[in-house]
Design a protein around this ligand. Sequence first.
Ligand SMILES: [Zn+2]
Length: 119
Amino acid sequence: MALSFQLGVYNCMGKRRKKRIKRQRRVLKPTRYFQCPRCNSMTLTIDFKKSERYGFKRAIIRCGTCGLYCEREVPEAVERVDVYNTVVDLAYEGRLEDECRGEVEAAEQAAGEAVGGEE
Ligand SMILES: [Zn+2]
């Protein structure tokens, strides 16, 4: 009784491999939000502008929640994260208001003084 030893040796079949490499490229937005050291909201933005000084640029740090505004001149090579670290350090040391040429006062003045009183 020599029943087949070769039973079910169909290994090579049905092995299909699909290559599934999907690469999704996510476009990073140019404006990234940081956590504000003053109010802890994720609404702090850092923009760069041209500076008059060669090799430098202006970093504009703003918070949409508490109105923090800060302008600093930084070397061209400095990145957003570096600026952010500096801001956090300054805030931690309580020197943020001194170091930043803010326009907060002007904004506050404009918001005040309601004129009215006709009878
Ligand atoms: Zn804030």
